[in-house]
Design a protein. Sequence first.
Length: 362
Amino acid sequence: MELKTPLYEAHVRAGGKMVPFAGYTLPVQYGTGVIKEHMAVRERAGLFDVSHMGEILCEGRDALDNLQMLLTNNFANMSDGQARYSPMCNEKGGTVDDLIVYKEADDRYFIVVNAANKDKDYEWMLAHQSGEVTFTDVSERYAQLALQGPQAMKILRKITKEEHIPQKYYHAVFGGEAGGIPCIISKTGYTGEDGVELYLDSERAGEMWDLLLENGKEEGLIPCGLGARDTLRMEASMPLYGQEMDEDVTPLETGLGFAVKMSKEDFIGKKAMEEQGEPKRKRVGLKVTGRGIIREHQDVYAEGKLIGHTTSGTHCPYLGYPVAMALVGAEYAEPGRTVSVEVRGRTVEAEIVPLPFYKRSK
């Protein structure tokens, strides 16, 4: 049985086309369509329901030590309110999930995990905990709304005070409020644009959804579904768990070395990654130069030789052309190389290009 987020009825009322995703029924798009939703986020603002994401609390005297061992990034030098992205690896160095950790206090961390991996992640944390620590799955308590786009902060300022808005990227304000509704306001995102996520009591999700849409009318704010979320993250070249990485792909192979601190004393997967040495394959960007759209799980060839496979691919509305990401042999990963991708029995030409495909101008 598919679960529903607290905003299910709001999506149906707004004309959302509902589809199953990560165990939930969610809107893939509204009547406006994916392209208009995508362009709204690039040029104005879009509102996403991401309440299907999981939230786990890590509390106790040994909370930090547990995070240091479970996760590849280093959390020792974080200030209260700071957020940090990290993969979580298995003993082989493969990726269990990628997640974001928010520090609320020295003995309290708020962890946001991917919806499809929530139960698996929670069980992994419980199985590997040590010392004085408690992990609690609090996903049911929280709704999560993502307000994204160049006008996002202007809209937010209509309903909250400046002190409740994080001043820097990858920071959050705990114990804030917006429109009189208590919430955590976090400045992260999965679209490549400015914006925030609001974490709030799931029972007040509908109230916040309506409040934001009402206050964002002048700025052109519209609700956006999973379709636009995927094309936006593709343009911004953000990896998606289950596509760019999984239990058999290390964070180093998929270009997440910035979040793997090999200088840390130890973490699960460190020994395996050290033994593997320099990654034998790399995540690259592909710009389609021929005719056609490349999707995931398609073979990539160079000079007639199989060199890897695509992980994600789509037509990007803002850029105006199709792109893909692929895992290819490291020796073939340099930008400028011409490759061909097998798409349903025919060949589509592409060129390896640097990532990200799109970067917003500040």
